[in-house]
Design a protein around this ligand. Structure first.
Ligand code: COS
Length: 389
């Protein structure tokens, strides 16, 4: 599907910035929209690994289409899935591909520090009145259903955040400025504005006020393998273009592929792509298996696959030489698309923070405390390793 419908359109969608509506139609006809949705709601009951496999193949042809697909799966958070009325209302249109999803967490002054968001949702009878502004909303201009995080209890800070489902067209809600992005240009990335926007309490995600920050964190943990899969597809696609070019381009009387310096570069690129693949699939399988603490492995997959994508696509541009720097050739787009994967869904610095905190937690469980001294390593103390007489 990706080879037939996505690859031939990638360059044009990148140039025009137009959303790939024709590709959405193809995804629908292949029954690939909302594959993660249970069968009784029109989906295929598939898991995160399946989402990753689709995202990888789409991104191998076009990173923008890959993320346009992946962002719809952000609705796959735990709480709405446990709320029968919301499931009944929102899941079938996503499965049918008639509803596209966007995830509204970040704000102008609240990015990595997601808990510092300022949008408010103040209760008024059985409704909430939303006021504020969201930033970096991937899919913004095309989505019909938005998950929006807002403070229902501003005095409690991040512990007073709740998540809302907001529908396009709700009075007081508008999609604002579109960003002129470096890559993933087929996907609109917008600001969102809320001015006295009234949302009924039935649209509090999961039907329960509060717990929004935790919900956002859990959603991100489960979505990060999807961004990692986008990066993996970009890295794989970049590698394939580099291989093709290196086996055709001739310099010094032979293909550049025949030069050992180039072979070594390609060998490193291929090894890194394969290592990223294993981590992406492992993290996805862990989520599908219901493993409890998946934030570390999800962050590892995200950080490794996206750093790999950046490195491999940059090396692929290098292998193309001057041609790699020109828009006549497909490879520079891979590098532009790859860059954002290191930034969104939590920067790679935040991922390292998440991994570091998880390691600290594990160490605490292992040792009972953090005051590690030499006695914690008895095998390495002089008594256990007597020196020769
Ligand atoms: N799963 C469940 N709960 C989690 C969690 C997770 N992965 N991470 C944190 N929490 C809970 C904590 O247990 C804590 O709960 P209590 O209030 O009951 O103690 C609460 O959330 C606050 O956690 P913490 O103190 O770790 O929050 P921080 O402000 O330090 O922020 C980071 C943590 C930096 C990890 C978070 O803000 C983050 O992920 N930022 C990046 C945001 C992001 O990815 N944005 C991209 C959006 S898409 S464009």
């Amino acid at each position: 599907m990706a080879e037939k419908f996505v690859r031939p359109r990638a360059a044009e969608l990148d140039r025009s910035g137009e959303y790939g509506w024709d590709i959405l139609e193809a995804l629908k006809s292949y029954r690939l929209t909302g594959i993660w949705i249970p069968e009784e709601y029109g989906g295929q009951g598939a898991g995160v690994l399946d989402i990753c496999l689709v995202v990888e193949q789409l991104s191998r042809a076009c990173g923008g289409i890959g993320v346009a697909y992946a962002v719809n799966a952000s609705a796959r958070s735990d709480r709405p899935r446990r709320h029968p009325e919301q499931k009944q209302k929102y899941l079938p249109p996503i499965a049918a591909g008639t509803a596209l999803i966007a995830f509204g967490l970040s704000e102008k002054a609240s990015g990595s520090d997601a808990g510092s968001l300022r949008t408010t949702a103040i209760r008024d009878g059985s409704d909430f009145i939303l006021n504020g502004h969201k930033k970096w909303n991937t899919n913004g201009a095309v989505a019909s259903t938005f998950t929006v995080y807002a403070l229902t209890d501003p005095d409690k800070g991040m512990r007073g955040i709740s998540a809302f489902i907001v529908e396009k067209g709700t009075p007081g809600f508008s999609v604002g400025k579109r960003e002129d992005t470096m890559g993933i240009r087929t996907v609109p990335v917008n600001e969102l504005d809320f001015v006295d926007c009234r949302v009924p309490e039935s649209q509090v995600v999961g039907g329960k006020e509060g717990g929004g920050f935790r919900n956002a964190m859990m959603t991100l943990d489960r979505a990060r393998p999807g961004v990692a899969a986008q990066a993996l597809g970009l890295a794989q696609g970049g590698l394939e273009w580099a291989l093709r070019y290196a086996s055709e381009r001739r310099q010094f009387g032979q293909t550049v592929m025949s030069h050992q310096a180039i072979q070594f570069m390609l060998a490193d690129m291929a090894t890194q792509v394969e290592a990223a693949r294993q981590l992406v699939y492992t993290s996805a399988r862990a989520i599908d298996a219901g493993v409890k603490n998946i934030n570390k492995i999800a962050a590892m997959a995200k950080v490794f696959a996206t750093d790999t994508a950046m490195k491999v696509t940059t090396d692929a541009v290098q292998l193309f030489g001057g041609y790699g720097y020109c828009r006549d050739y497909p490879i520079e787009k891979y590098m532009r698309d790859a860059k954002i994967t290191q930034i969104y869904e939590g920067t790679n610095q935040v991922q390292r923070l998440v991994i570091g905190r998880a390691l600290t937690r594990e160490l605490k469980e292992l040792t009972g405390h953090l005051d590690v001294t030499v006695e914690h390593f008895p095998d390495f103390t002089p008594a256990a390793n007597p020196t020769e007489e």
